[in-house]
Design a protein around this ligand. Structure first.
Ligand code: 16G
Ligand code: ZN
Length: 550
């Protein structure tokens, strides 16, 4: 009864705005910040229930990532450090759209019963809270706290301004009984980076490679965190621009999303930067793309996107694995050949997929959205996933990692300092450097940098792994985006009837043509993606398919 009154009282303080229907999409709830308060309050309650149900710590992040500064959003981090389980998403939707405190309360009561959540005031719940640098974040975080405190036994721990991946990392660490603080995060990624630097072969160590990278922080949280991290590194110089401190507007003409979609120079970069290795983070630092300025006369950049980061990572991992298991070298006990898998979405440039397959890698496709890629990658001993937009990571299975630890110890005794042992150590270091919970621009940046140093590669050499096929993305505003349904990892539209045949007929007119449509998970639009052998052809294919959709 006390619990009932508490919830009723608390939710009566947060009215949902009339006529807005939000849904827990690909990346949680996202909207203009001014209409989000009641939603965030309710998500606070939901997070507390999730923690009670799982008897573990969960996270709640307030961010709208690469979207404009006046937007905001909220999402829950599950105990594993991953996204909220998909089974709870429909309930999140129902909660968000309850129109009265009473309706809200009865939804909760029903759900608590159905899910057998121990809402008795005896069990405790723990929720880690984080937010990005958006001005609306502070008051939304307050709403989340009030939601949490209306569940008996629930305790919120406010961690302040964090990148999204930092919060995911901390939730995971906490539930593994590890230290879950920001210093612990920086310590782990900087020390594993230093290990990888120490293991760079002598031949490339002495090559005169430029060890400076210039990073566009999107005027968000990533830049300020990178300033802390960079002071803990050796052999790498990071120059951060668009840190948010210089008055620049978050994600406005800056950041990974802008750079990847527009393929033009972001604010804060100029002709003096021609030839430098540059990178862009997005607003909450869970995406990373690289670029360079080819000439001082044009605004166009040479983009090195998520697909190419994926290719670089996959190449490096595959090399280290083959050194580790080389025949004829130190024969020790039972070998455990890691199953290595690479996960992409339909947005991956076709040239990247060809390249990966030709390199002997197993490539698998999933629908767009981190939760799909992550889930697939977790089925491998080493699963590498990336979206073209720059979100991705490398997952290592517990069982393979413990084999690798043991193997490394054996090698340490039998052939200390051998090539095999170095490979084992490198792979172990990668597993500590790269975020195991979610894609993390900061740890990916360090891994890219150390691999380039290891190989003695410039950004140009890296970019030449393969040549991107020209592509074009368009969006079409529609009345009802759910009219389009897709299958086969979004490569085929199964409704409305006949539309795929029309797309196929159009695509067949273009050499190397490839085209698909899908309903956006974050906006009221249908997205069109087209690829072909020339830019004109890709533009024209996208244009005519957009007309079919319209
Ligand atoms: C979200 C997803 C991202 C995906 C994008 C697609 C997460 C954390 N983020 O930002 O992975 O690429 O949505 O947006 O899952 P769309 O559905 O509007 O094209
Ligand atoms: Zn993001």
């Amino acid at each position: 009864e006390e619990q009932r009154l508490l919830l009723l009282h608390s939710s009566s303080l947060f009215f949902p705005p009339q006529g807005v229907k939000l849904s827990y999409g690909t990346a949680g709830f996202r909207a203009d910040a001014s209409i989000l308060k009641s939603t965030v309050h309710r998500v606070g309650i939901l997070a507390a229930l999730r923690s009670l149900k799982t008897q573990s710590v969960v996270g709640l992040m307030i961010t709208a990532s690469h979207n404009k500064v006046t937007d905001n959003g909220v999402k829950i981090v599950d105990p594993s450090g991953g996204m909220l389980t998909q089974e709870w998403e429909p309930f999140a939707d129902q909660l968000a759209s309850a129109q009265t405190p009473e309706a809200f309360l009865s939804l909760i009561t029903e759900f608590v019963e159905k899910e057998k959540i121990p809402l008795d005031g005896v069990q405790s719940a723990g929720i880690l809270l984080g937010r990005d640098t958006r001005p609306s974040g502070e008051s939304l975080l307050e709403a989340a706290k009030q939601g949490i405190s209306s569940i008996l036994g629930a305790i919120a721990l406010d961690l302040g301004i964090l990148t999204t991946p930092q919060l995911h990392w901390m939730v995971r660490a906490r539930n593994k009984g590890m230290k879950a603080t920001e210093p612990a995060y920086f310590e782990q990624i900087s020390s594993s980076f230093r290990c990888l630097v120490d293991l760079i072969p002598n031949e490339t160590k002495s090559s005169k490679m430029d060890n400076t990278v210039v990073v566009d922080g999107a005027d968000g949280v990533g830049g300020e965190k990178l300033e802390v991290l960079k002071s803990m590194l050796t052999s790498l110089v990071i120059e951060v621009r668009n840190t948010g401190k210089g008055g620049g507007l978050l994600n406005d003409g800056v950041g990974a999303d802008y750079v990847q979609k527009e393929k033009v120079v972001p604010r804060g970069f100029c002709s003096n930067d021609v030839g430098l290795r540059c990178a862009s983070l997005d607003g909450d630092a869970d995406r990373l793309v690289y670029f360079s300025l080819p000439t001082s006369s044009s605004r166009k950049i040479d983009l090195v996107d998520g697909d190419k980061i994926l290719s670089l990572f996959a190449l490096f991992i595959k090399e280290q694995l083959s050194i580790l298991t080389k025949e004829g070298t130190e024969k020790l006990d039972n070998s455990y050949h890691a199953r290595l898998g690479v996960i992409q979405t339909a947005y991956a440039n076709g040239a990247s997929t060809d390249y990966l397959k030709q390199s002997g890698l197993e490539v698998i496709f999933t629908p767009t959205g981190v939760k799909h890629l992550h889930e697939k990658a977790a089925q491998f001993d080493i699963g590498i996933y990336f979206e073209a937009n720059g979100h991705g990571t490398i997952l290592f299975s517990e069982s393979w990692l413990s084999w690798l630890e043991a193997r490394n110890n054996e090698l340490g005794l039998a052939s200390e300092g051998s090539e095999q042992q170095k490979a084992a150590l490198r792979l172990l270091s990668v597993s500590k450097l790269i975020n195991q919970a979610v894609g993390d621009a900061l740890s990916c940046l360090l891994l890219v940098e150390v691999i380039l140093q290891h190989k003695g590669w410039s950004i140009h050499k890296w970019n030449e792994l393969y040549q991107d096929l020209p592509s074009r993305q368009l969006k079409v505003k529609v009345v009802d985006r759910t009219a389009v349904a897709t299958a086969n990892a979004e490569t085929v539209a199964i409704s409305p009837p006949g539309i795929q045949e029309a797309i196929d007929a159009e695509t067949a007119k273009y050499p190397k043509g490839r085209c698909f449509i899908r309903p956006s998970g974050t906006e009221d639009v249908i997205r069109v993606y087209a690829e072909a052998s020339t830019q004109e052809a890709a533009d024209s294919l996208a244009g005519s398919v957009a007309k079919i959709v319209d």
